[in-house]
Design a protein around this ligand. Structure first.
Ligand code: NAD
Length: 307
């Protein structure tokens, strides 16, 4: 599989490394407004390949995107300590206008995955500017928040995170919704699992977990300036699902035409991914309060788009 990555910063290069190391990509082309950085990252990653896979990785201009199966956009300005994702909006739309025009000049049938923040809005902008079918353009959305939720639940319940089935939906940002009502361990509702195994999972613990998921990015950015390994893992996993035509489910951000009264907005719902992109978006069972929170999250994203 050939993958193009636009933006060779922390997220772009960590994604390139993960995709190359895992053997998911056969060929990776990096491009950046700072091409010497893209070249240096490609060279550095290529030196790990004798230990891992035969992926070919290089830095090039947009014309080399031709034939790419997937293009990942991670270019943009990074979120600074104390800055919200929406503060980034104006700067990043200007960058995107130029990037999308160049992508579309050389490839018209790739799948585009957007990681740049604010990701729901950048995804909506990419759908609109690229004019591609909305099932071929999506954002990483809450895939990372969902991973953080599963990690914290797994730590609390002393389980493998792969055995936790729970989603964070809505905006990848402050209004995201942790869907507790349908969270499961294997096939068992999570509250029931905690009760029979003797783990505390009351409102106080749930609020602590909620706070840690919601504020994870802020804490990581405070400590090391950026977050990238988690999202790189998520990006690689999505690419793998496309490559293998898996029909696997991820909480990713896509353009919703009309789902339970939510429409004309990009936000995250569980979505089935295969080699064509999004096969179907699913509206899962939720409590009345979670449904309301999801609608509020959609309204918040819409108000940013209107701005
Ligand atoms: P970074 O600053 O390290 O990298 C951004 C790169 O984009 C830089 O190398 C820069 O030169 C490049 N760039 C800027 N303008 C460009 C242009 N016009 N064309 C090509 N390249 C251009 O930032 P990062 O830490 O890699 O983060 C990238 C984005 O990903 C940010 O918006 C960040 O908020 C976001 N992010 C998203 C998630 C998620 O869950 N979706 C997680 C972490 C970070």
């Amino acid at each position: 599989m050939k993958i193009g990555i636009i933006g060779a910063g922390f997220v772009g290069s960590a994604s390139a490394f993960t995709l190359a190391w895992s053997g998911i990509a056969r060929e990776i082309m990096l491009t950046d407004i700072n091409q010497s950085k893209a070249r240096a990252e490609a060279l550095d990653i290529s030196h790990a390949m004798p230990f891992a896979s035969s992926c070919k990785i290089y830095a090039e201009e947009y014309a080399a995107l031709e034939g790419a199966d997937i293009i990942i956009i991670t270019a943009g300005v990074n979120q600074k300590s104390g800055e919200t994702r929406t503060d980034l909006l104006a700067r990043n739309t200007a960058v995107f206008k130029q990037i999308i025009r160049q992508i579309m000049q050389y490839t018209a049938d790739s799948i585009i995955i957007v990681a740049t923040n604010p990701v729901d809005i950048m995804t909506a902008y990419t759908v609109k500017e690229s004019k591609l079918s909305p099932n071929r353009v999506f954002g990483t959305g809450t895939i990372l928040d969902t991973a953080r939720f599963r990690t914290l639940l797994a730590e609390h319940l002393h389980l493998a995170s792969q055995s936790i089935h729970a989603h964070v939906l809505g905006e990848h940002g402050d209004s995201e919704v942790l869907v507790w009502s349908s969270a499961k361990v294997g096939t068992m509702p999570i509250d029931e699992f905690a009760r029979v195994t003797g783990y505390r999972l009351d409102t106080e613990i749930k609020n602590l977990i909620d706070d840690k998921v919601r504020n994870a990015a802020y804490h990581i950015i405070e400590g090391k300036g950026a977050t990238y390994y988690g999202i790189a893992g998520g990006i690689a996993r999505i690419c793998q699902a496309v490559k293998n035509d898996e029909n696997a489910i991820f909480s990713i951000s896509s353009q919703l035409e009309s789902v339970e009264g939510i429409k004309d907005v990009c936000l995250s719902l569980p979505s089935i991914i295969n080699r064509h992109g999004i096969r179907q978006v699913i509206y899962p069972p939720m409590s009345d309060n979670e449904r309301l929170l999801l609608k509020n999250s959609a309204a918040k994203i819409k108000s940013f788009i209107a701005e």
